[in-house]
Design a protein around this ligand. Structure first.
Ligand SMILES: Nc1ncnc2c1ncn2[C@@H]1O[C@H](COP(=O)(O)OP(=O)(O)OP(=O)(O)O)[C@@H](O)[C@H]1O
Ligand SMILES: [Zn+2]
Length: 503
């Protein structure tokens, strides 16, 4: 970015040059060739300066950098009471709490406290919240920085920002530095070669090595992509404590819902435990969002309390996106969507004991229809068969389309992406291909790419064939589901059960 003064100079030079080239008589002196030449010099000089500033030594650019972007410093008033369902992690963090509050106790005995803690796991699971709660509990300063803020075009700027972040932390100790999206700077140097990023990462490593127990600073970082982090970051003395923060279990979801229902008026018949069951697979952020959406709907409906109706609508909105009133489907498209969603629901009910909560062909967000599948139990291990069933259900939408219309459509795009992801994980990560127990590194092991693709294809083909045979065996039920969907646009779980039993 050009600085303000340079900008004014450039703009003025361009304007005057343009006017003088137009030979406007009133400009008199400006129209002389040597003035034109000088203006041209100023202009070219400025543009060259702008380009070169990428290579200007840090000591020149340092001051302006510090002013440009400020990391957020705050005293957090969030405590561990605001973080629900992560009890083991909270227990583990108590040690860090004690260190920040009573550092001398540890220093006297020569105990080493981890300098860096890495939270990893899917988005929205409470990683930032945990770090803020640690700051709140200990009254430490909370310094927030996002990894992506350090990724700059100009060499040296990111590194300089890292340096000032750590300086600031030491000045404000006890302090917690929280670096969100660590992968933006910490991506392995073998995966991405970029000299600016390398300098930034090197500076982070230097800083992590540079501060000591007496500084009373703890660095917490978060990432959704632990797999791509540079190994140097994870060495002892750096981010050597790794804490997985995953999606909440049913009990944890109940606890999180309770935290977010606190201070909100709720109707008596709202059953939080059953809402927790229905929200399988959702993160804490999703749950917070469901309750907030329900509260907004209650206001919209002029109600004083949040009820089941608002919660159900908010749930659908969170899962499938906002009801999309502008998408008007043609009759043919409606038929395709009805059979597609019917295919998912039918194969889902036959293969799985999951409860289907709702099937809809009302467009929500980008989806033209959806099947809301809610009450599956929490599972931490999936068998090969369960994974294949998941793929089969995902492919059942397209299979139904092909059986009924003898052609396939673009409507299965999202299903295919998910099915391919699962199949790829089965082959590369879980050792579930013909090369039993062998795992593959898709990104690095190019010589195996043909094998990987063939194995993924085999799984996808098997599952597609399975979806086809389940649909053929139950073709009357599929027709019935589609017929009712076309008439009523939505079918709830009980209605689906009746159709499946009767057809
Ligand atoms: N365990 C939890 N208890 C209570 N609320 C939670 C919990 N987890 C998430 N939330 C809610 O979700 C919001 C977002 O969570 P947070 O920002 O901590 O997620 P994150 O793991 O840092 O996500 P990302 O990886 O996307 O940065 C929180 O502000 C809070 O409202
Ligand atoms: Zn689908």
């Amino acid at each position: 970015m050009l600085k303000y003064k340079e900008k004014i100079l450039t703009t003025t030079a361009v304007t005057l040059l343009a006017l003088s080239l137009l030979n406007i008589q009133a400009l008199g002196l400006l129209n002389t060739p040597w003035i034109r030449l000088s203006l041209l010099f100023i202009l070219v000089g400025n543009l060259v300066y702008k380009k070169k500033s990428a290579y200007i030594p840090q000591f020149i650019t340092n001051t302006s950098i510090k002013e440009e972007k400020k990391d957020i410093t705050e005293k957090s008033n969030i405590t561990f009471n605001d973080v629900a369902g992560l009890d083991e992690i909270k227990d583990e963090m108590n040690e860090l709490c004690d260190f920040l509050v009573n550092p001398n106790k540890y220093l006297k005995i020569g105990a080493k406290i981890p300098k860096g803690v890495l939270f990893y796991g899917p988005p929205g699971t409470g990683k930032t919240l945990l770090a803020k709660a640690l700051a709140g509990e200990t009254k430490a300063t909370f310094l927030y920085a996002s990894g992506s803020e350090f990724v700059e075009k100009f060499v040296g700027i990111g590194a300089s920002r890292i340096r000032s972040l750590f300086e600031k932390a030491k000045k404000n100790a006890p302090c917690i530095i929280f670096i969100d999206e660590l992968d933006a700077i910490g991506i392995s140097r073998s995966v991405d070669n970029n000299s600016e990023r390398d300098q930034t990462l090197n500076q982070l490593l230097v800083e992590l090595d540079g501060f000591n127990e007496y500084d009373n600073v703890i660095v917490i970082a978060a990432t959704n992509r632990m797999d791509i982090l540079d190994k140097a970051l994870l060495r002892p003395g750096r981010f050597d404590r790794h804490v997985y923060v995953g999606n909440p279990s049913v009990k944890a979801r109940e606890a999180i819902l309770k935290v977010h229902f606190k201070n909100k008026p709720v109707k008596n018949d709202v059953d939080i435990a059953s809402l927790a069951k229905k929200t399988h697979g959702m993160s804490g952020a999703h749950l917070a969002n469901v309750i907030n959406e329900a509260a907004l709907l209650a206001v919209k409906h002029n109600l004083n309390e949040i009820g089941n109706e608002e919660l159900n609508q908010a749930l659908i909105k969170t899962v499938a996106g906002i009801k999309n009133k502008t998408t008007v489907l043609t009759d043919k498209e409606k038929h395709i969507v009805a059979f597609h969603e019917g295919g998912h629901a039918l194969v889902g009910s036959v293969l799985n004991n999951d409860n289907i909560e709702k099937i809809s062909i009302i467009p929500h967000g980008k989806a033209l229809g959806f099947v809301l599948n809610t009450s599956s139990e929490d599972k931490f291990i999936l068998t090969k068969e369960e994974l294949k069933n998941k793929i089969t259900i995902l492919l059942a939408g397209r299979a139904a389309e092909e059986i009924i219309f003898k052609e396939i459509s673009s409507g299965a795009q999202n299903d295919l992406v998910k099915a391919n992801e699962i199949a790829s994980a089965m082959v590369c990560e879980y050792g579930m291909s013909h090369y039993k127990n062998k795992t593959f590194n898709k990104r690095e092991d190019f010589s195996s790419s043909d094998i990987i693709n063939e194995e993924i294809n085999t799984i996808l083909d098997d599952c597609y064939n399975m979806a086809n045979s389940v649909i053929y065996e139950n073709i009357n039920k599929l027709h019935k589901i589609a017929e009712i969907l076309l008439a009523k646009e939505t079918i709830n779980g009980d209605e689906l059960d009746t159709i499946l039993k009767s057809a």
